[in-house]
Design a protein around this ligand. Structure first.
Ligand SMILES: *Cc1c(COP(=O)(O)O)cnc(C)c1O
Length: 402
């Protein structure tokens, strides 16, 4: 069967809701774009967003910042990471994660992942003991949650403070509890390709008052911390206000204005992503050569992208597979290439981190493929995409066995 070429863009997001556009125009008309610039008695868009996000996330506090990367850097610093400290993190994640550790002078200690793309918890326990690290920046990479109950037991046993990178899990849950609410803090991104889109942006949540006070001053509050939407009480700042530097990484009112209506639609977006994910995942099971990561019952995921492995594929065959898919208009990334392409960078391309032996992760990445599922794709588009992937995998396998 000849399938028509797929012609939609893999990087096209839906438009900003009209309500958000109107709110953004109102902010521009007012001229009050800076988060601390508000008329008497008025709550700024950022203040409202912080309140609404804290409530949605079930967190006591929320701080809106300039990016997801800044949320992680601020969280690490506010959690007490000092230059030279070791920080554990996933060997399979994206560049802003080791980048955030490097930004605070930390030393990334990379932990192996499993075939299901989550942190290997045995390896974590071993590395925690060997490295003496006190912090774990846990990346829920590509939306896959590890066994969070077991993870927190290990963290407690080894005295690890956990900071969660939820760039791909905004709205995801483990045993009904939202990602970002297990560790000391949750870090979220509102960059264009994440679950809400403000171009750039980040949100940091926590229940810890002193941590959040430090984070707020670090984010650049110019001592305006009393006007925050979901921040700790003013007296919490007394201890830390003069000894915490200002790193200027605030969110502005324009971005907050376009995020607030998206937050109101988030549950709907999650359902739309999962309908697309489940359809592609189901379609891929038609090829016996394709392995999907197992998704435990306790995990409620947000399927904004899909990953699959084709075990046993040689690098040259993987190149043929992605080239064939590209011809069909299907943008699938391969994590096994020796050079990073787009967002596929792996631990060997973070040369500022000391090289580390990670054979298990390398073996997984060698056969790992990844595809975005923007909400501009229809359900029919998803069936079409799964068909193309199955055809391409089967034809590459036929070549191999011929
Ligand atoms: C996008 C992303 C972040 C944060 O991204 P920003 O671009 O800084 O907002 C963090 N972790 C992962 C895994 C990401 O993909």
């Amino acid at each position: 069967m000849i399938r028509p070429r797929f012609s939609k863009s893999f990087t096209q997001q839906p438009p900003i809701p009209e309500e958000g556009i109107e709110a953004a125009v109102a902010v521009m008309r007012s001229g009050r774009l800076h988060r601390y610039n508000h008329a008497p008695g008025e709550a700024s868009e950022v203040v409202e967003l912080e309140r609404e996000y804290a409530q949605w996330q079930g967190a006591r506090y929320c701080l809106a910042v300039a990016s997801g990367g800044q949320a992680m850097q601020i969280a690490l610093r506010a959690a007490g990471v000092m230059p030279g400290d070791r920080v554990l993190t996933n060997a399979f994640t994206l560049a802003p994660v080791p980048g955030a550790i490097a930004a605070v002078g930390g030393v990334p200690v990379l932990v192996e992942i499993t075939e299901d793309l989550v942190l290997d918890l045995e390896a974590l326990a071993t590395k925690a003991a060997q490295s003496g690290a006190r912090h774990l920046l846990l990346s829920h990479m590509r939306g896959h949650l590890c066994d969070m109950d077991r993870l927190m037991e290990i963290a407690t046993a080894h005295g690890l403070t956990v900071i969660e990178d939820c760039a791909h899990t905004m709205g995801a849950r483990w045993n009904d509890r939202l990602s970002g609410s297990f560790g000391l803090a949750g870090c979220f991104s509102t960059q264009t390709y994440k679950h809400m889109n403000s171009g750039e942006g980040g949100l940091l949540t926590s229940d810890d008052a002193e941590f959040m006070a430090r984070a707020t001053v670090l984010s650049g509050s110019y001592m305006n911390y009393e006007s925050h939407g979901a921040g700790p009480a003013p007296e919490i700042y007394d201890k830390i206000r003069l000894e915490t530097p200002n790193m200027s990484a605030r969110m502005d009112n324009l971005r907050a204005a376009i995020l607030r209506p998206q937050l109101r639609q988030l549950e709907q977006s999650v359902a739309a992503w999962n309908a697309r994910y489940d359809l592609v995942a189901d379609g891929l099971t038609r090829s016996p050569a394709i392995c999907l990561p197992r998704r435990p019952k306790a995990e409620f995921y947000v399927g904004s992208s899909i990953q699959f492995r084709v075990p046993g594929l040689a690098p040259a065959e993987a190149e043929v597979l992605i080239a064939r898919l590209a011809e069909a208009g299907v943008e699938v990334k391969w994590f096994g290439a020796d050079q990073p392409r787009g967002f596929t960078s792996d631990h060997r391309s973070w040369r500022y981190v000391a090289a580390q032996e990670l054979p298990q992760t390398d073996a997984v990445l060698a056969s790992l493929f990844d595809m975005r599922l923007p909400l501009t794709f229809s359900i029919e588009d998803c069936a079409h995409l799964a068909g193309h992937i199955v055809d391409a995998v089967e034809s590459v396998r036929a070549r191999v066995s011929a």
